[in-house]
Design a protein around this ligand. Structure first.
Ligand code: SAT
Ligand code: MN
Length: 580
Protein backbone atom coordinates (compact mmCIF):
# COMPACT_ATOMS: atom_id res chain seq x y z
CA UNK A 1 0.00 0.00 0.00
CA UNK A 2 1.07 3.55 -0.52
CA UNK A 3 -0.58 6.95 -0.76
CA UNK A 4 -1.36 9.67 -3.24
CA UNK A 5 -0.65 12.31 -0.60
CA UNK A 6 2.78 13.63 -1.43
CA UNK A 7 3.54 15.03 2.04
CA UNK A 8 2.66 11.72 3.66
CA UNK A 9 4.62 9.73 1.10
CA UNK A 10 7.69 11.90 1.65
CA UNK A 11 7.44 11.72 5.42
CA UNK A 12 7.19 7.92 5.35
CA UNK A 13 10.25 7.80 3.13
CA UNK A 14 12.17 10.14 5.43
CA UNK A 15 11.28 8.12 8.53
CA UNK A 16 12.09 4.85 6.78
CA UNK A 17 15.53 6.15 5.87
CA UNK A 18 16.13 7.37 9.41
CA UNK A 19 14.83 4.39 11.40
CA UNK A 20 15.77 1.63 8.87
CA UNK A 21 12.98 -0.89 9.60
CA UNK A 22 13.10 -4.35 8.09
CA UNK A 23 9.70 -3.77 6.47
CA UNK A 24 6.97 -1.17 6.23
CA UNK A 25 3.36 -2.20 6.77
CA UNK A 26 0.31 0.03 6.17
CA UNK A 27 -2.58 -0.77 8.51
CA UNK A 28 -5.95 -1.05 6.77
CA UNK A 29 -7.94 -1.37 10.00
CA UNK A 30 -9.61 -4.67 9.04
CA UNK A 31 -10.66 -7.40 11.44
CA UNK A 32 -8.47 -9.87 9.55
CA UNK A 33 -5.44 -7.63 10.08
CA UNK A 34 -6.26 -7.26 13.80
CA UNK A 35 -6.41 -11.04 14.23
CA UNK A 36 -3.16 -11.50 12.37
CA UNK A 37 -1.33 -8.93 14.51
CA UNK A 38 -2.68 -10.61 17.66
CA UNK A 39 -1.40 -13.98 16.47
CA UNK A 40 2.02 -12.49 15.72
CA UNK A 41 2.21 -10.96 19.19
CA UNK A 42 1.21 -14.25 20.81
CA UNK A 43 4.17 -15.74 18.95
CA UNK A 44 6.59 -13.23 20.44
CA UNK A 45 4.83 -13.19 23.86
CA UNK A 46 4.12 -9.48 23.53
CA UNK A 47 0.61 -10.68 24.25
CA UNK A 48 -0.44 -13.63 26.37
CA UNK A 49 -3.67 -15.50 25.86
CA UNK A 50 -6.17 -15.28 28.73
CA UNK A 51 -8.78 -17.99 29.38
CA UNK A 52 -10.53 -18.10 25.98
CA UNK A 53 -13.59 -19.92 27.35
CA UNK A 54 -14.49 -17.32 29.95
CA UNK A 55 -12.69 -14.32 28.36
CA UNK A 56 -12.94 -14.90 24.61
CA UNK A 57 -10.52 -12.83 22.52
CA UNK A 58 -9.00 -11.31 25.65
CA UNK A 59 -5.25 -10.91 25.91
CA UNK A 60 -2.75 -9.68 28.45
CA UNK A 61 0.19 -7.41 27.80
CA UNK A 62 2.83 -7.04 30.52
CA UNK A 63 4.78 -3.86 30.02
CA UNK A 64 8.29 -3.25 31.08
CA UNK A 65 7.98 -2.61 34.87
CA UNK A 66 9.50 0.85 34.40
CA UNK A 67 6.95 1.76 31.77
CA UNK A 68 3.49 1.73 33.32
CA UNK A 69 2.25 5.34 33.30
CA UNK A 70 2.56 8.72 31.66
CA UNK A 71 5.87 10.48 32.29
CA UNK A 72 5.13 14.15 32.73
CA UNK A 73 8.76 15.09 33.43
CA UNK A 74 9.76 13.65 30.05
CA UNK A 75 6.89 15.24 28.13
CA UNK A 76 7.76 18.46 26.27
CA UNK A 77 6.08 21.03 24.10
CA UNK A 78 8.59 22.51 21.67
CA UNK A 79 7.79 25.94 20.24
CA UNK A 80 9.89 28.78 18.85
CA UNK A 81 8.79 31.05 21.69
CA UNK A 82 9.16 29.58 25.17
CA UNK A 83 6.35 31.71 26.59
CA UNK A 84 3.87 30.07 24.25
CA UNK A 85 3.94 26.87 26.34
CA UNK A 86 3.84 28.59 29.74
CA UNK A 87 4.86 27.35 33.18
CA UNK A 88 2.33 24.52 32.84
CA UNK A 89 4.52 22.69 30.29
CA UNK A 90 8.10 21.56 29.96
CA UNK A 91 9.63 23.41 27.03
CA UNK A 92 12.45 22.56 24.71
CA UNK A 93 13.77 24.55 21.76
CA UNK A 94 12.49 22.77 18.60
CA UNK A 95 15.95 22.60 16.98
CA UNK A 96 17.43 21.02 20.12
CA UNK A 97 14.53 18.59 20.43
CA UNK A 98 14.81 17.58 16.78
CA UNK A 99 18.51 16.93 17.17
CA UNK A 100 17.95 14.81 20.25
CA UNK A 101 15.11 12.81 18.70
CA UNK A 102 16.85 12.29 15.35
CA UNK A 103 19.80 10.78 17.21
CA UNK A 104 17.49 8.45 19.13
CA UNK A 105 15.57 7.40 16.03
CA UNK A 106 18.64 6.69 13.92
CA UNK A 107 18.44 2.98 13.04
CA UNK A 108 16.04 2.32 15.93
CA UNK A 109 13.69 0.08 13.89
CA UNK A 110 16.43 -2.19 12.59
CA UNK A 111 15.04 -5.71 12.33
CA UNK A 112 11.54 -4.49 13.19
CA UNK A 113 8.38 -3.87 11.20
CA UNK A 114 7.32 -0.26 10.86
CA UNK A 115 3.54 0.11 11.06
CA UNK A 116 1.90 3.07 9.33
CA UNK A 117 -1.42 3.83 11.01
CA UNK A 118 -3.73 6.39 9.39
CA UNK A 119 -6.45 7.30 11.89
CA UNK A 120 -9.36 9.64 12.32
CA UNK A 121 -10.26 11.27 15.65
CA UNK A 122 -14.05 11.64 15.62
CA UNK A 123 -16.80 10.18 13.42
CA UNK A 124 -15.23 9.64 10.02
CA UNK A 125 -17.73 11.94 8.26
CA UNK A 126 -17.80 14.66 10.94
CA UNK A 127 -16.64 18.15 10.00
CA UNK A 128 -15.24 18.35 13.55
CA UNK A 129 -13.11 15.20 13.18
CA UNK A 130 -9.37 15.42 12.48
CA UNK A 131 -6.94 12.88 11.07
CA UNK A 132 -3.44 11.81 11.87
CA UNK A 133 -0.92 9.17 10.93
CA UNK A 134 1.06 7.32 13.57
CA UNK A 135 4.21 5.50 12.58
CA UNK A 136 5.26 2.94 15.18
CA UNK A 137 7.40 -0.15 15.61
CA UNK A 138 4.97 -1.55 18.19
CA UNK A 139 2.25 -3.97 17.03
CA UNK A 140 0.71 -3.49 20.52
CA UNK A 141 0.21 0.17 19.63
CA UNK A 142 -1.33 -0.82 16.29
CA UNK A 143 -3.98 -3.09 17.84
CA UNK A 144 -4.73 -0.59 20.61
CA UNK A 145 -5.13 2.19 18.04
CA UNK A 146 -7.69 0.04 16.25
CA UNK A 147 -9.89 0.04 19.37
CA UNK A 148 -9.24 3.66 20.29
CA UNK A 149 -9.54 5.39 16.90
CA UNK A 150 -11.18 4.99 13.49
CA UNK A 151 -8.07 3.52 11.96
CA UNK A 152 -7.15 2.35 8.46
CA UNK A 153 -8.53 2.72 4.94
CA UNK A 154 -11.29 5.26 5.57
CA UNK A 155 -8.97 7.54 7.53
CA UNK A 156 -6.38 7.39 4.75
CA UNK A 157 -9.07 8.24 2.19
CA UNK A 158 -10.05 11.30 4.24
CA UNK A 159 -6.41 12.38 4.57
CA UNK A 160 -6.00 12.08 0.82
CA UNK A 161 -9.17 14.12 0.29
CA UNK A 162 -8.29 16.86 2.78
CA UNK A 163 -4.51 16.86 2.57
CA UNK A 164 -4.19 17.67 6.33
CA UNK A 165 -2.99 15.36 9.06
CA UNK A 166 -1.02 15.32 12.31
CA UNK A 167 2.23 13.37 12.13
CA UNK A 168 3.12 11.07 15.01
CA UNK A 169 6.35 9.10 15.11
CA UNK A 170 6.70 6.49 17.82
CA UNK A 171 9.35 3.93 18.65
CA UNK A 172 9.57 1.85 21.77
CA UNK A 173 13.33 2.14 21.40
CA UNK A 174 14.99 0.15 24.19
CA UNK A 175 12.28 0.99 26.78
CA UNK A 176 15.03 2.67 28.72
CA UNK A 177 13.71 5.34 31.12
CA UNK A 178 16.92 7.29 30.47
CA UNK A 179 16.17 7.36 26.77
CA UNK A 180 12.50 8.29 26.86
CA UNK A 181 10.88 11.48 25.52
CA UNK A 182 7.40 12.52 24.48
CA UNK A 183 7.84 15.60 22.28
CA UNK A 184 5.19 17.83 20.75
CA UNK A 185 5.82 20.35 17.97
CA UNK A 186 2.44 22.09 17.61
CA UNK A 187 3.79 24.53 15.01
CA UNK A 188 4.66 21.55 12.80
CA UNK A 189 1.61 19.44 13.76
CA UNK A 190 4.16 16.81 14.80
CA UNK A 191 4.52 14.40 17.73
CA UNK A 192 7.67 12.38 18.43
CA UNK A 193 7.67 9.73 21.12
CA UNK A 194 10.54 7.42 22.02
CA UNK A 195 11.27 4.79 24.64
CA UNK A 196 7.82 3.99 26.05
CA UNK A 197 5.07 1.61 25.02
CA UNK A 198 2.55 2.85 27.61
CA UNK A 199 -0.88 4.19 26.51
CA UNK A 200 -0.68 7.95 26.96
CA UNK A 201 2.95 7.98 25.80
CA UNK A 202 2.50 5.69 22.81
CA UNK A 203 -1.09 5.76 21.51
CA UNK A 204 -0.41 9.12 19.93
CA UNK A 205 -3.99 9.77 18.80
CA UNK A 206 -5.06 10.10 22.42
CA UNK A 207 -3.44 12.64 24.74
CA UNK A 208 -0.68 13.78 22.36
CA UNK A 209 -2.92 14.52 19.38
CA UNK A 210 -6.50 14.83 20.70
CA UNK A 211 -5.47 17.04 23.63
CA UNK A 212 -2.02 18.65 23.35
CA UNK A 213 -1.89 19.33 19.60
CA UNK A 214 -5.67 19.71 19.27
CA UNK A 215 -5.87 22.26 22.11
CA UNK A 216 -3.31 24.38 20.23
CA UNK A 217 -5.30 24.12 16.99
CA UNK A 218 -8.58 24.70 18.84
CA UNK A 219 -7.33 28.02 20.17
CA UNK A 220 -6.33 29.17 16.70
CA UNK A 221 -9.62 28.05 15.22
CA UNK A 222 -12.06 29.00 17.98
CA UNK A 223 -13.02 25.67 19.54
CA UNK A 224 -12.04 23.64 22.64
CA UNK A 225 -10.24 20.29 23.06
CA UNK A 226 -10.87 19.12 26.61
CA UNK A 227 -10.15 16.27 29.04
CA UNK A 228 -13.87 15.58 29.48
CA UNK A 229 -16.31 12.71 29.45
CA UNK A 230 -19.63 13.27 27.69
CA UNK A 231 -22.72 11.62 29.13
CA UNK A 232 -26.33 11.48 27.95
CA UNK A 233 -29.04 11.56 30.63
CA UNK A 234 -32.65 10.74 29.79
CA UNK A 235 -35.39 11.25 32.37
CA UNK A 236 -38.37 8.88 32.71
CA UNK A 237 -40.36 11.55 30.81
CA UNK A 238 -37.93 11.36 27.91
CA UNK A 239 -36.16 14.69 28.49
CA UNK A 240 -32.54 14.43 27.36
CA UNK A 241 -29.49 16.35 28.47
CA UNK A 242 -25.80 16.06 27.68
CA UNK A 243 -23.18 16.90 30.27
CA UNK A 244 -19.43 17.26 29.71
CA UNK A 245 -17.28 16.74 32.79
CA UNK A 246 -13.56 17.27 33.35
CA UNK A 247 -11.82 15.22 36.04
CA UNK A 248 -8.14 14.32 36.22
CA UNK A 249 -6.95 10.84 35.17
CA UNK A 250 -8.19 8.00 37.39
CA UNK A 251 -10.85 10.14 39.13
CA UNK A 252 -13.93 8.36 37.79
CA UNK A 253 -14.63 9.77 34.31
CA UNK A 254 -15.30 6.31 32.88
CA UNK A 255 -17.57 5.44 35.82
CA UNK A 256 -19.64 8.62 35.46
CA UNK A 257 -19.90 8.18 31.69
CA UNK A 258 -21.30 4.65 32.18
CA UNK A 259 -23.32 5.28 35.33
CA UNK A 260 -26.08 2.84 36.27
CA UNK A 261 -29.01 4.62 37.98
CA UNK A 262 -29.72 3.52 41.57
CA UNK A 263 -32.79 1.32 42.23
CA UNK A 264 -34.75 4.36 43.39
CA UNK A 265 -34.34 5.90 39.91
CA UNK A 266 -36.56 3.72 37.76
CA UNK A 267 -36.90 4.91 34.20
CA UNK A 268 -33.73 7.01 34.10
CA UNK A 269 -31.39 6.12 31.26
CA UNK A 270 -27.71 6.96 31.03
CA UNK A 271 -25.73 6.55 27.84
CA UNK A 272 -22.07 7.17 27.10
CA UNK A 273 -20.89 9.50 24.36
CA UNK A 274 -17.28 9.57 25.56
CA UNK A 275 -15.22 8.79 28.66
CA UNK A 276 -12.05 10.88 28.33
CA UNK A 277 -11.90 13.57 25.64
CA UNK A 278 -14.40 16.06 24.23
CA UNK A 279 -14.00 18.40 21.27
CA UNK A 280 -16.42 21.29 21.64
CA UNK A 281 -17.59 23.66 18.90
CA UNK A 282 -20.14 26.47 18.86
CA UNK A 283 -22.98 25.78 16.44
CA UNK A 284 -25.03 28.32 14.48
CA UNK A 285 -27.37 28.85 17.45
CA UNK A 286 -24.51 29.54 19.85
CA UNK A 287 -24.81 26.17 21.59
CA UNK A 288 -21.68 24.25 22.40
CA UNK A 289 -21.71 20.85 20.68
CA UNK A 290 -19.41 17.99 21.63
CA UNK A 291 -17.95 15.04 19.80
CA UNK A 292 -15.90 12.26 21.31
CA UNK A 293 -12.79 11.97 19.13
CA UNK A 294 -12.14 8.42 20.33
CA UNK A 295 -13.84 5.14 19.48
CA UNK A 296 -12.76 3.08 22.47
CA UNK A 297 -11.87 3.22 26.15
CA UNK A 298 -8.44 2.98 27.75
CA UNK A 299 -9.73 2.64 31.28
CA UNK A 300 -8.32 1.98 34.72
CA UNK A 301 -8.99 -1.67 35.64
CA UNK A 302 -8.64 -1.88 39.45
CA UNK A 303 -11.88 -1.13 41.25
CA UNK A 304 -14.04 -2.18 38.29
CA UNK A 305 -16.69 -4.65 39.44
CA UNK A 306 -20.39 -5.42 39.00
CA UNK A 307 -21.29 -2.87 41.65
CA UNK A 308 -19.01 0.05 40.80
CA UNK A 309 -19.34 -0.10 37.02
CA UNK A 310 -21.27 -3.06 35.66
CA UNK A 311 -21.21 -1.59 32.15
CA UNK A 312 -17.42 -1.47 32.11
CA UNK A 313 -17.20 -4.85 33.84
CA UNK A 314 -19.40 -6.43 31.16
CA UNK A 315 -17.63 -4.56 28.34
CA UNK A 316 -14.29 -6.13 29.26
CA UNK A 317 -15.45 -9.75 29.41
CA UNK A 318 -14.53 -10.34 25.76
CA UNK A 319 -12.44 -8.79 22.95
CA UNK A 320 -10.33 -6.78 25.38
CA UNK A 321 -6.64 -6.07 25.71
CA UNK A 322 -5.56 -5.96 29.34
CA UNK A 323 -2.30 -4.28 30.29
CA UNK A 324 -0.56 -5.06 33.61
CA UNK A 325 -3.31 -6.94 35.44
CA UNK A 326 -2.73 -10.11 37.47
CA UNK A 327 -4.12 -13.53 36.57
CA UNK A 328 -5.93 -16.29 38.45
CA UNK A 329 -5.02 -19.97 38.45
CA UNK A 330 -7.74 -20.32 35.77
CA UNK A 331 -5.83 -17.79 33.65
CA UNK A 332 -8.54 -15.20 33.98
CA UNK A 333 -7.52 -11.56 34.41
CA UNK A 334 -7.55 -10.42 38.02
CA UNK A 335 -7.38 -7.04 39.68
CA UNK A 336 -7.93 -5.51 43.10
CA UNK A 337 -11.64 -5.16 43.92
CA UNK A 338 -12.71 -7.44 41.10
CA UNK A 339 -14.78 -9.32 43.74
CA UNK A 340 -14.42 -12.53 41.80
CA UNK A 341 -11.59 -15.08 41.87
CA UNK A 342 -8.18 -14.98 43.52
CA UNK A 343 -4.87 -13.82 42.09
CA UNK A 344 -2.18 -16.38 41.45
CA UNK A 345 0.19 -14.28 39.32
CA UNK A 346 0.96 -10.57 39.63
CA UNK A 347 1.27 -7.98 36.87
CA UNK A 348 4.97 -8.68 36.49
CA UNK A 349 4.30 -12.38 35.92
CA UNK A 350 5.58 -13.48 39.33
CA UNK A 351 3.66 -15.75 41.71
CA UNK A 352 1.31 -13.46 43.65
CA UNK A 353 2.62 -12.45 47.05
CA UNK A 354 0.79 -9.62 48.84
CA UNK A 355 4.12 -8.51 50.30
CA UNK A 356 5.16 -7.43 46.81
CA UNK A 357 2.18 -5.13 46.47
CA UNK A 358 -1.07 -5.44 44.54
CA UNK A 359 -1.58 -8.16 41.93
CA UNK A 360 -2.68 -5.65 39.29
CA UNK A 361 -0.69 -2.48 38.83
CA UNK A 362 -2.78 0.46 40.20
CA UNK A 363 -2.64 1.96 36.70
CA UNK A 364 -3.39 -1.30 34.87
CA UNK A 365 -5.66 -0.65 31.93
CA UNK A 366 -8.23 -2.19 29.62
CA UNK A 367 -8.50 -1.29 25.96
CA UNK A 368 -11.90 -1.99 24.52
CA UNK A 369 -14.02 -0.78 21.64
CA UNK A 370 -16.82 1.61 22.67
CA UNK A 371 -19.27 -0.56 20.75
CA UNK A 372 -18.97 -3.16 23.54
CA UNK A 373 -20.36 -0.78 26.12
CA UNK A 374 -23.97 -1.85 26.88
CA UNK A 375 -24.93 1.83 27.31
CA UNK A 376 -23.05 3.24 24.33
CA UNK A 377 -25.06 6.05 22.75
CA UNK A 378 -25.59 5.86 18.98
CA UNK A 379 -25.21 9.64 19.05
CA UNK A 380 -21.49 9.14 19.68
CA UNK A 381 -21.36 8.43 15.95
CA UNK A 382 -23.34 11.56 15.02
CA UNK A 383 -21.12 13.84 12.92
CA UNK A 384 -22.85 16.91 14.42
CA UNK A 385 -22.10 15.90 18.02
CA UNK A 386 -24.46 16.56 20.94
CA UNK A 387 -25.52 19.90 22.50
CA UNK A 388 -24.01 20.38 25.96
CA UNK A 389 -26.28 21.67 28.75
CA UNK A 390 -23.70 21.79 31.53
CA UNK A 391 -19.95 21.68 31.98
CA UNK A 392 -18.76 20.10 35.21
CA UNK A 393 -15.31 20.42 36.75
CA UNK A 394 -14.04 18.31 39.60
CA UNK A 395 -11.29 16.40 41.25
CA UNK A 396 -10.38 14.38 44.28
CA UNK A 397 -10.50 16.60 47.35
CA UNK A 398 -10.91 14.97 50.75
CA UNK A 399 -11.74 18.39 52.20
CA UNK A 400 -13.03 21.77 51.20
CA UNK A 401 -14.88 21.39 47.90
CA UNK A 402 -18.60 20.74 48.49
CA UNK A 403 -20.51 17.96 46.75
CA UNK A 404 -21.68 20.38 44.07
CA UNK A 405 -21.91 24.09 43.33
CA UNK A 406 -22.75 26.20 40.33
CA UNK A 407 -20.71 29.12 39.07
CA UNK A 408 -22.43 32.49 38.87
CA UNK A 409 -21.85 32.87 35.14
CA UNK A 410 -19.49 31.71 32.39
CA UNK A 411 -16.56 33.94 33.40
CA UNK A 412 -16.82 32.92 37.03
CA UNK A 413 -17.05 29.33 35.75
CA UNK A 414 -13.70 29.78 34.04
CA UNK A 415 -12.27 30.73 37.45
CA UNK A 416 -13.88 27.62 38.97
CA UNK A 417 -12.20 25.46 36.32
CA UNK A 418 -8.87 27.31 36.49
CA UNK A 419 -8.84 27.00 40.28
CA UNK A 420 -9.30 23.21 40.30
CA UNK A 421 -6.92 21.07 42.31
CA UNK A 422 -6.88 17.33 42.82
CA UNK A 423 -4.96 14.58 44.57
CA UNK A 424 -2.48 12.92 42.19
CA UNK A 425 -3.11 9.31 41.04
CA UNK A 426 -1.14 6.40 39.62
CA UNK A 427 -1.94 7.47 36.04
CA UNK A 428 1.34 9.38 35.97
CA UNK A 429 4.68 8.48 37.55
CA UNK A 430 5.44 10.34 40.80
CA UNK A 431 3.78 10.76 44.17
CA UNK A 432 0.19 9.65 44.65
CA UNK A 433 -2.34 11.50 46.84
CA UNK A 434 -0.69 14.92 46.80
CA UNK A 435 -3.00 17.87 46.11
CA UNK A 436 -1.83 19.82 43.08
CA UNK A 437 -3.40 22.48 40.91
CA UNK A 438 -4.99 20.85 37.89
CA UNK A 439 -6.94 23.53 36.01
CA UNK A 440 -9.79 22.05 33.98
CA UNK A 441 -8.08 18.63 34.58
CA UNK A 442 -5.75 19.76 31.76
CA UNK A 443 -2.46 20.25 33.64
CA UNK A 444 -0.78 17.32 31.85
CA UNK A 445 -2.56 17.91 28.54
CA UNK A 446 -2.87 21.58 27.60
CA UNK A 447 -0.45 22.09 24.70
CA UNK A 448 0.06 25.81 25.31
CA UNK A 449 0.32 28.49 27.99
CA UNK A 450 -2.54 28.17 30.50
CA UNK A 451 -2.81 31.98 30.59
CA UNK A 452 -3.71 31.96 26.87
CA UNK A 453 -5.95 28.96 27.41
CA UNK A 454 -7.93 30.79 30.09
CA UNK A 455 -8.22 33.84 27.78
CA UNK A 456 -9.55 31.50 25.12
CA UNK A 457 -12.12 30.04 27.52
CA UNK A 458 -13.15 33.55 28.63
CA UNK A 459 -13.58 34.65 25.00
CA UNK A 460 -16.58 32.32 24.59
CA UNK A 461 -18.63 34.69 26.77
CA UNK A 462 -18.34 37.24 23.95
CA UNK A 463 -19.21 34.72 21.25
CA UNK A 464 -22.49 33.31 22.55
CA UNK A 465 -25.22 33.94 25.07
CA UNK A 466 -26.38 30.35 24.82
CA UNK A 467 -23.47 28.66 26.60
CA UNK A 468 -23.70 25.72 29.02
CA UNK A 469 -23.87 26.45 32.76
CA UNK A 470 -20.69 25.60 34.67
CA UNK A 471 -20.58 23.50 37.86
CA UNK A 472 -18.03 21.94 40.20
CA UNK A 473 -18.47 18.56 41.91
CA UNK A 474 -16.49 16.56 44.46
CA UNK A 475 -17.44 12.92 45.04
CA UNK A 476 -14.42 12.36 47.29
CA UNK A 477 -15.09 14.24 50.56
CA UNK A 478 -13.92 12.19 53.56
CA UNK A 479 -14.50 12.43 57.29
CA UNK A 480 -11.77 12.34 59.94
CA UNK A 481 -11.87 8.51 59.83
CA UNK A 482 -11.19 8.53 56.06
CA UNK A 483 -14.75 7.44 55.35
CA UNK A 484 -16.23 8.84 52.15
CA UNK A 485 -19.21 11.07 52.95
CA UNK A 486 -20.95 10.55 49.61
CA UNK A 487 -21.66 7.05 48.17
CA UNK A 488 -20.63 8.06 44.64
CA UNK A 489 -20.96 5.82 41.56
CA UNK A 490 -24.64 5.38 40.53
CA UNK A 491 -25.81 7.78 43.23
CA UNK A 492 -23.97 10.60 41.46
CA UNK A 493 -27.07 10.72 39.24
CA UNK A 494 -28.77 12.51 42.16
CA UNK A 495 -26.30 15.35 41.75
CA UNK A 496 -26.57 15.35 37.95
CA UNK A 497 -30.35 15.74 38.35
CA UNK A 498 -29.86 18.89 40.43
CA UNK A 499 -27.50 20.19 37.73
CA UNK A 500 -30.12 19.52 35.05
CA UNK A 501 -32.85 21.15 37.15
CA UNK A 502 -30.67 24.25 37.38
CA UNK A 503 -30.18 24.20 33.59
CA UNK A 504 -33.95 23.99 33.19
CA UNK A 505 -34.54 26.73 35.77
CA UNK A 506 -36.64 24.37 37.87
CA UNK A 507 -34.95 24.67 41.23
CA UNK A 508 -33.75 27.43 43.52
CA UNK A 509 -30.29 27.57 45.03
CA UNK A 510 -28.50 29.22 47.89
CA UNK A 511 -26.11 31.97 46.86
CA UNK A 512 -22.71 31.88 48.57
CA UNK A 513 -19.37 33.59 47.92
CA UNK A 514 -18.11 30.62 45.85
CA UNK A 515 -21.28 30.07 43.83
CA UNK A 516 -24.79 28.62 44.05
CA UNK A 517 -25.26 25.62 46.32
CA UNK A 518 -28.24 23.28 46.51
CA UNK A 519 -30.70 23.57 49.33
CA UNK A 520 -30.13 20.17 50.98
CA UNK A 521 -33.73 19.10 50.35
CA UNK A 522 -33.22 19.61 46.60
CA UNK A 523 -30.81 16.69 46.33
CA UNK A 524 -33.01 13.58 46.19
CA UNK A 525 -31.67 11.18 48.82
CA UNK A 526 -34.62 8.75 48.79
CA UNK A 527 -33.35 5.21 49.33
CA UNK A 528 -29.93 6.45 50.49
CA UNK A 529 -28.53 5.78 53.92
CA UNK A 530 -27.29 9.31 54.54
CA UNK A 531 -28.32 11.57 57.42
CA UNK A 532 -29.06 15.27 57.20
CA UNK A 533 -25.94 16.21 59.18
CA UNK A 534 -23.81 14.51 56.52
CA UNK A 535 -25.71 16.27 53.74
CA UNK A 536 -25.20 19.61 55.54
CA UNK A 537 -21.51 18.80 55.83
CA UNK A 538 -21.30 17.90 52.12
CA UNK A 539 -22.94 21.19 51.17
CA UNK A 540 -21.07 23.37 53.65
CA UNK A 541 -18.82 26.23 52.58
CA UNK A 542 -16.13 26.88 55.18
CA UNK A 543 -15.36 30.57 54.73
CA UNK A 544 -11.92 30.47 56.38
CA UNK A 545 -10.76 27.46 54.38
CA UNK A 546 -12.11 28.97 51.18
CA UNK A 547 -10.40 32.31 51.80
CA UNK A 548 -7.15 30.38 52.05
CA UNK A 549 -7.95 28.38 48.92
CA UNK A 550 -8.82 31.40 46.77
CA UNK A 551 -5.69 33.17 48.05
CA UNK A 552 -3.64 30.12 47.00
CA UNK A 553 -5.33 30.20 43.59
CA UNK A 554 -4.27 33.86 43.34
CA UNK A 555 -0.63 32.97 44.08
CA UNK A 556 -0.83 30.18 41.52
CA UNK A 557 -2.07 32.71 38.94
CA UNK A 558 0.97 34.90 39.75
CA UNK A 559 3.14 32.28 38.03
CA UNK A 560 1.54 33.31 34.74
CA UNK A 561 2.72 36.92 35.05
CA UNK A 562 1.47 39.52 32.58
CA UNK A 563 -0.07 36.94 30.33
CA UNK A 564 -2.75 36.11 32.90
CA UNK A 565 -6.05 37.53 31.66
CA UNK A 566 -7.11 40.51 33.78
CA UNK A 567 -10.65 39.16 33.78
CA UNK A 568 -9.55 35.98 35.54
CA UNK A 569 -7.74 38.00 38.20
CA UNK A 570 -10.86 40.15 38.57
CA UNK A 571 -13.00 37.04 39.09
CA UNK A 572 -10.58 35.71 41.71
CA UNK A 573 -10.55 39.06 43.55
CA UNK A 574 -14.32 39.22 43.46
CA UNK A 575 -14.70 35.83 45.16
CA UNK A 576 -11.99 36.72 47.67
CA UNK A 577 -13.74 39.91 48.70
CA UNK A 578 -17.12 38.14 48.86
CA UNK A 579 -15.51 35.73 51.37
CA UNK A 580 -14.89 38.80 53.56
O1 SAT B 1 -2.33 7.03 29.85
S1 SAT B 1 -3.43 7.85 29.41
O2 SAT B 1 -2.99 9.24 29.37
O3 SAT B 1 -3.87 7.44 28.10
C1 SAT B 1 -4.75 7.70 30.48
C2 SAT B 1 -4.81 8.84 31.41
O4 SAT B 1 -3.86 9.04 32.18
O5 SAT B 1 -5.81 9.58 31.40
MN1 MN C 1 -7.61 10.83 30.66
Amino acid sequence: MTTQNEALRQWIEEVTNLTTPESVYWCDGSEEEYQRLIQEMLGTETLLELNQNTYPNCFLHRSDPTDVARVEHLTFVCTENRDDVGPNNHWMNPAEAHEKMTALYAGCMKGRTMYVIPYCMGPINSPYARCGVEITDSPYVAVNMRHMTRMGKDALARIEREGQFVKGLHSIGELDPERRFIMHFPEELLIQSYGSGYGGNALLGKKCHALRIASWQARQEGWLAEHMLIVEIESPEGEKHYIAAAFPSACGKTNLAMLIPPDSHKGWKIRTIGDDIAWLHLDATGRLRAINPESGYFGVVPGTNEKTNKNAYDSISHDTIFTNVGTTSENEPWWEDKKNGEPSTDWKGNPYNPENGPAAHPNSRFTVSASQNPCYSPLAEDPAGVPISAIVFGGRRRELAPLVYQSKNWKHGVLVGAGCASETTAAATGDVGVVRRDPMAMKPFCGYNFADYWSHWLSFAEKSDNLPLIFHVNWFRQDSNDKFLWPGFGDNLRVLRWIIDRCENRVDARETAIGYLPNPSDIDTAGLDIDSATMDNLLHVDTDQWREEITTVGSYFDEYGDRLPGELRAQQQKVLSALG
